[in-house]
Design a binder for this molecule. Structure first.
Ligand SMILES: *[C@@H]1O[C@H](CO)[C@@H](O)[C@H](O)[C@H]1NC(C)=O
Length: 584
């Protein structure tokens, strides 16, 4: 039986007693939702009617309610979190256990560290269960979480600590030395919590504190628009910004993802292979699945390894799967037919556009489509190929029912189908509560995202006659060659269709006649790596001319072992572009 908790609960006045609220929530939970109903886009738009209450806290209003449903035996027996380390260690927490443990952590934060509401907490941990506990504990205490990746250097951490004025940092012994090397320069940093065994000078031991912490904790009452988290954007360009999100934006806004894009119910087990450090990992590792009562599957996987992914999909009853395009491009290089993904029924991809050829390969080998979704750290899902919709390969689908999405020009006029422009979300007369609230401490940068009645994503796109959106590129990545505008994604997708190409990055390169031309950096498959580069280049150029408009073919080409990527796996086209333009 599939239950949808969230939307029906919001009318509940915050003053009612917990007991009454729970009773009511259970009644509401009994309203069943169709299981894996493949809805048409129109039906989704009809059905989706979020109500946003004045007060909302994800831990109390969603997680604690699933605990009640679970106790009543009204949901599947799947845990809330299912963590494996690949070496035989497993952790399975029910919603109830997650509740108890996260309350203990909440007490650690407020008692042992004396943290107050809206104090900022930096969290840098690998994929270990404690990461989830701290996330939930921050919600319970109203402290503002700032997640970061293990790959941050001491300098990055210093920048984040200084910029955010965080009072507390929670990490393990692999990152602690970096923190100690710069800690003296951070006046606001008061508490350092170590999530590893043993004692470290100047640090409190998380696990010891947790053991002794009481398990009852009263969740703070938060308004929808109170700050919940700050994500430093991964920054394919410029220095990272502090993107602030409220309790409602991810906590309620990601219902669209959980329900219509990921197609989750409480009987599903969802796995996203991405790292906890990514700004958006909260999308898939916390909000989208838990809103739906689904199980979050996590593999510790210290290094990304396709064979671990295949083995896990074969061994564990994972039903819904997400990976970025970079990973899918690697997957289809392998023989997938030697594995059976017994329970897998739905696949999605996000982070960058996915090449149609990769989708086709994946489908040929697994029988499953890849449903692409598009969003930013600043937003929730903007466009998606929702379950049940016709997929147009290469398109990011249709606008999320949570937003009014348009293609606009530089004067904020709405453009007709077929015209390239800026992908934008309407924010006037009322700004969606499912958008970031601001770039913290930076009103100018926040203001700069608004043009007329719209929030401008900084991405270029086209809407077709049927209302499907097509990604052209980051505004900065679009190439202007002899008057033609060329989006890198289309050329990269054309290249990847050739059996010799694993992946590529397409950027502009200076040219005396055309101003700029298309240059491709190409990673070849091992079978082709030793081919004559001249001939290979000619062959690939001819191939691109055949599969796209000929003027788009890369006039310049360079074969490389790998592409520069951000921590989250996005190709750093700006780095390649800068190198090109510096040469001359
Ligand atoms: C999976 O994680 C990545 C990185 O955090 C994110 O961009 C993507 O949206 C996630 N997928 C889903 C389905 O939320």
């Amino acid at each position: 039986m599939a239950l949808a908790v969230v939307h029906f609960l919001w009318k509940i006045p915050s003053a009612t007693s917990l007991r009454a609220r729970l009773r009511r929530s259970l009644q509401l939970c009994n309203r069943c939702y169709p299981v894996h109903a493949s809805l048409s886009y129109e039906a989704i738009k009809q059905q989706y009617r979020p109500e946003v209450p004045e007060y909302f806290n994800f831990a109390r209003d969603v997680l604690d309610r699933w605990t009640e449903v679970e106790k009543e035996g009204k949901k599947s027996k799947n845990p809330a979190l299912w963590w494996v380390d690949g070496a035989g260690e497993e952790v399975r927490w029910s919603f109830e256990e997650l509740g108890v443990l996260s309350r203990k952590v909440a007490n650690v934060l407020s008692d042992a560290c004396g943290l107050q509401r809206e104090d900022r907490v930096i969290l840098i941990l690998p994929r270990i269960p404690e990461w989830w506990l701290v996330n939930v504990a921050c919600m319970r205490t109203g402290t503002v979480l700032i997640p970061g990746t293990q790959q941050l250097t001491a300098k990055d951490i210093l920048h984040r600590l200084q910029k955010s004025k965080a009072k507390c940092i929670i990490t393990d012994d692999s990152v602690a030395p970096a923190v100690d090397s710069i800690g003296a320069q951070c006046q606001s940093l008061k508490f350092k919590l170590l999530v590893s065994e043993g004692h470290r000078e100047g640090w409190l031991n998380f696990k010891d504190l947790l053991k002794n912490a009481p398990s009852d904790h009263h969740c703070v009452t938060t308004k929808c628009q109170d700050p919940m988290a700050i994500y430093f954007t991964s920054g394919t360009t410029g220095s990272p910004k502090m993107t602030e999100h409220s309790h409602s934006s991810y906590g309620i806004g990601l219902t669209v993802s959980g329900r219509y894009w990921l197609d989750l119910t409480s009987s599903d087990i969802f796995w996203n292979t991405s790292d906890t450090g990514w700004a958006k990992s909260a999308w898939s590792s916390i909000f989208s699945p838990w809103i739906q009562g689904a199980c979050v599957f996590v593999h510790k996987m210290p290094h990304f390894d396709p064979s671990i992914v295949f083995e896990s999909l074969s061994r564990f009853p994972i039903t819904v799967f997400c990976s970025p395009p970079t990973a899918y491009r690697m997957f289809v290089q392998h023989k997938l037919s030697s594995y059976t993904f017994k329970n897998l029924r739905h696949c999605v991809s996000a982070g960058e556009p996915i090449n149609p050829d990769v989708m086709e390969e994946w489908k040929a080998q697994t029988g499953l489509d890849i449903h692409e979704g598009y969003g930013q750290t600043e937003t929730v899902l903007i466009c998606g190929n929702f379950k049940g919709m016709k997929i147009k390969p290469g398109s990011m689908g249709k606008p999320s029912p949570g937003y009014d999405v348009k293609i606009i020009d530089e004067n904020s006029n709405i453009l007709p189908p077929g015209k390239e422009g800026d992908i934008a979300i309407r924010v006037k007369p009322t700004r969606s509560l499912f958008l970031f609230t601001c770039y913290a401490d930076d009103p100018e940068k926040t203001e700069a995202t608004i043009r007329g009645d719209f929030y401008v994503t900084g991405d270029r796109g086209i809407m077709d006659e049927e209302g499907y959106f097509w990604f052209v590129g980051r505004a900065d990545d679009v190439i202007n060659s002899a008057g033609y505008r060329i989006g890198p994604f289309e050329v990269e997708s054309a290249l990847v269709e050739h059996p010799a190409v694993v992946e590529s990055a397409v950027v502009s390169s200076p040219d005396p006649i055309r101003g700029e031309v298309v240059k491709a950096f190409v990673v070849l498959t091992s079978d082709y790596a030793s081919h004559d580069p001249e001939k290979m280049m000619k062959e690939l150029q001819d191939h691109v001319k055949k599969v796209t408009a000929p003027y788009k073919y890369p006039r310049k080409m360079e074969f490389v072992q790998q592409l520069p990527k951000t921590i989250s796996g996005k190709i750093r086209r700006n780095e390649l572009r800068q190198k090109e333009w510096r040469k001359d």
